[in-house]
Design a protein around this ligand. Structure first.
Ligand code: ATP
Length: 231
């Protein structure tokens, strides 16, 4: 294990019955890096992220966070996540929701600090059930910051966000990494990846097709064959 390695996947495989969704993925994310897991729908991004967060068991292979099985870092509050299927609680304000999640941890950030860090201070008094899809997504991101994590794992974090919300979101991510945070996010847009990641891991049909600095992968991704897998 390299010094300062936040994420490590070794020969990860996952089958759902007869469908092999992940076919041997190797991935390493160093502390402080922002890495995009880029691939089309069905490439295996959500499956990979679910295994990394300990929500699914791999068929074979292994996942580690900070050199240990995922549950250690997760139970210690070192990992913040945005998942595609998690719904924020209804019937409370955004500030109340952030406070409720904060109460789950011994050392959480203040509500004001979290809302500020996520760029959603303006949503504090809004009731969660009345938020738009993009606003809910921004609240999910705020909740991921509550425990002051060392790593953020974000599955399609900007889905449903408009251009302005995306800009605010990425500014918040940059502020997070400037304080030493590490980010692994999935996306099926090359644009979201190339502007905001240090490195892109291109996956298609359960395999890593290319892995490298953004400039290098952009060249690969614009090659006709790979572009076809992204469309
Ligand atoms: P998307 O961006 O659409 O979520 P993805 O890259 O995240 O795509 P996965 O959701 O990991 O891809 O799915 C990978 C493959 O595994 C797909 O073929 C999908 O249909 C299949 N799959 C995912 N979850 C299950 C499940 N619970 N049961 C059966 N097949 C599944």
């Amino acid at each position: 294990q390299a010094v300062g390695e936040a994420v490590r996947l070794i020969e990860l495989r996952k089958s759902y019955g007869a469908i092999e969704a992940v076919k041997g993925i190797d991935l390493s994310v160093q502390r402080g890096e922002v890495v995009a897991l880029l691939g089309p729908n069905g490439a295996g991004k959500t499956t990979t992220i679910s295994i990394l967060l300990g929500l699914l068991q791999p068929t074979t292979g292994s996942a580690a966070l900070f050199g240990k099985p995922p549950k250690h870092a997760i139970s210690a509050g070192r990992v913040g996540a945005v998942l595609q299927y998690a719904e924020p609680l209804d019937g409370v304000t955004v500030a109340e929701l952030v406070r409720a999640v904060g109460d789950l941890y011994t050392h959480s950030r203040t509500v004001e600090d979290v809302l500020e860090a996520a760029g959603i201070a303006d949503l504090a008094g809004r009731r969660t059930e009345k938020l738009s899809g993009g606003q809910k997504q921004r609240v999910r991101f705020a909740l991921a910051l509550v425990a002051n994590p060392d790593l953020l794992v974000l599955d399609e974090p900007t889905s449903a966000m408009d251009v302005a919300a995306r800009r605010t979101f990425w500014t918040a991510v940059r502020a997070y990494t400037e304080t030493g945070g590490t980010v692994l996010f999935s996306t099926h847009y090359l644009e979201g990846a190339d502007e905001n990641a240090d490195r892109i891991v291109l996956i298609a049909a359960g395999r890593v097709v290319a892995d490298g600095p953004v400039t290098q992968i952009k060249a690969v991704a614009s090659a006709r064959m790979v572009r076809a897998t992204l469309d």
